[in-house]
Design a protein around this ligand. Structure first.
Ligand SMILES: Nc1nc2c(ncn2[C@@H]2O[C@H](COP(=O)(O)OP(=O)(O)OP(=O)(O)O)[C@@H](O)[C@H]2O)c(=O)[nH]1
Ligand SMILES: [Mg+2]
Length: 477
């Protein structure tokens, strides 16, 4: 028996970015040929994509941990690392993506609709890309950033046009089996259907889908029988069909009170009140059934229902029913706003702005912001030049100035990042209040030649332009 799984927790990990490479070009008799370390590749994303051939979330139930590949590190000779491969996870039509707190992140409807569940980390720049007029041969490269880790929940809400609801053994699955080519399990005991069945019906030029759900009994909303759990699958349907049993042998039941019971359970579940409904009186091949159907019909019609008398077993009244459903479905489709064939849903990302905040906390000054935090992740703290480069970047963004304004002094603790994941260091301001930067770090002094004073000043100015340009030009991602 195939298992139907319609709810899973999934742990996805995007690929890490590859580290940039620090390398110096070597040729015979040319010992310092310039930096030629390539950039690291981007980590692969984890992407959920609707694939109509997938009908359950079973695969993710069996292996709930999925990871995209990492970007490769850059190499010498200006060779960039290869990007990691995106991991595309096929999901059934109608999969809802939720976060751990139950917030809906995406509702994936329509073949090809995609959602980036975890974004790959950026690759680090190699020292070739970090070189500038003044920092001719950086002895460091940037680290690749870690890829996103996400714990998400997937929930399947079947996408069917028509949903059949009713008591166990009313003949819901039997109806699907004769209206469509689907072959659901049918038996004369209650709760034969444990998971929804889906069938495709063609009536004239309209093709639509019909789903049944496990039978409902009084008290389903309190968890009796299989409970209301599966009503999730009828939430998206355009038409509800009450399948009423005219030939039940249970003495306390009849089509009218069955209808009342099911309606009470539906309203307990909620959200389905405005869905158009029709009534099917099934099993009229049984003589008593036919009589009962004729007896209750006026009552049902008085309540405003369109009523169809059918027999799933004897194939009576089916054509009329299937065309009436086609008409209702077509009407519902026409009323629905037109959607593009394929929607790509991408998790909204924080805007990559230059903003940052400096707040004074008990024992540290905390810096928060997209850029400073990213720069910290890109920094190899074992490399002094890399740390110096970080300080320069922060400085150019105005972090030092703001720290100073906030009252930070030499030696004070500065934390960059959130409380649980911050880099903390003692502050050594590289500028004296309002003065220019004192020399740039991250330079290879072997390239320096003695310069006359005027040249030094010109260089300094060039360096400032350079710094600005680098600052603008270094955020290509
Ligand atoms: N005589 C007669 N029996 C029918 C008809 N339709 C269904 N049945 C019988 O009723 C029983 C239950 O049918 P199912 O289609 O399994 O009923 P269901 O509503 O899907 O039931 P659950 O899955 O348990 O909720 C089976 O024994 C069917 O053969 C019909 O039109 N006439
Ligand atoms: Mg059934």
């Amino acid at each position: 028996m195939t298992t139907f799984v319609d709810r899973v927790e999934l742990h996805v990990a995007a690929g890490n970015g590859g580290h940039g490479c620090a390398s110096v070009h070597r040729e015979k008799f040319k010992p310092l040929g310039g930096p030629d370390g390539g950039n690291g590749g981007r980590g692969g994303d984890v992407i959920l994509t609707v694939d109509q051939s997938v009908t359950t979330l079973l695969d993710y139930h069996h292996s709930p941990h999925r990871k995209a590949t990492n970007g490769k590190p850059g190499e010498g000779g200006n060779r960039s690392g290869k990007d990691g491969q995106d991991l595309v996870l096929p999901v059934p039509d109608g999969t809802v993506v939720l976060d751990g707190a139950g917030n809906v992140l995406a509702d994936l409807v329509g073949h090809g609709t995609s959602y980036v569940a975890a974004q790959g980390g950026r690759g680090g720049l190699g020292n070739a890309a970090l070189a500038s007029a003044r920092r001719k041969a950086p002895g460091f490269a940037l680290l690749g950033e870690p890829g996103d880790l996400q714990d998400i929940h997937l929930e399947l809400k079947t996408v069917a046009d028509v949903a059949l609801v009713g008591y166990p053994s009313a003949g819901k699955s039997s109806l699907i089996s004769v209206l469509s080519a689907a072959k659901p399990k049918i038996a004369d005991y209650p709760f034969t259907t444990l998971v929804p069945n889906l069938g495709v019906v063609t009536a004239g030029s309209t093709v639509y889908t019909v789903a049944d759900v496990p039978g409902l009994i009084p008290g389903a909303s309190q968890g009796k029988g299989l409970g209301l759990e599966f009503l999730r699958h009828v939430e998206r349907c355009s038409v509800l069909v009450h399948v009423l049993d005219t030939a039940t042998l249970e003495s306390e039941r009849d089509p009218l009170s069955d209808l009342d019971v099911i309606e009470a359970e539906l309203s307990e579940y909620g959200g389905l009140d405005r869905r158009p409904r029709i009534v099917v009186l099934n099993k009229i091949d049984v003589p008593d059934g036919k009589d009962l159907a004729e007896m209750v019909r006026p009552d049902l019609e008085a309540r405003g229902y369109r009523v169809f008398e059918v027999s799933a077993v004897a194939h009576m009244g089916l054509k009329e029913l299937s065309f009436a459903l086609a008409e209702l479905v077509a009407g519902a489709r026409a009323a629905r706003p037109k959607e593009e064939a394929t929607r790509i849903v991408i998790r909204p990302k924080a805007v990559d702005d230059a903003g940052f905040t400096v707040t004074r906390e008990e024992d540290v000054f905390r810096v928060r912001g997209e850029k400073p935090e990213r720069w910290v992740r890109q920094t190899d703290f074992n490399n002094d030049e890399a740390v110096g480069y970080l300080a320069d970047r922060l400085n150019r963004l105005g972090v030092e100035e703001r720290l100073m304004k906030a009252g930070a002094r030499h030696g004070d603790g500065v934390a960059i990042g959130p409380e649980d994941n911050a880099v903390v260091f003692d502050w050594e301001p590289s500028m004296s209040a309002g003065a220019e930067m004192l020399g740039r770090r991250g330079e290879d002094h072997r390239f320096e030649e003695p310069r006359p004073a005027a040249q030094r000043r010109r260089d300094r100015e060039a360096e400032r332009d350079d710094a600005q340009q680098e600052f603008d030009g270094f955020e290509p991602f």
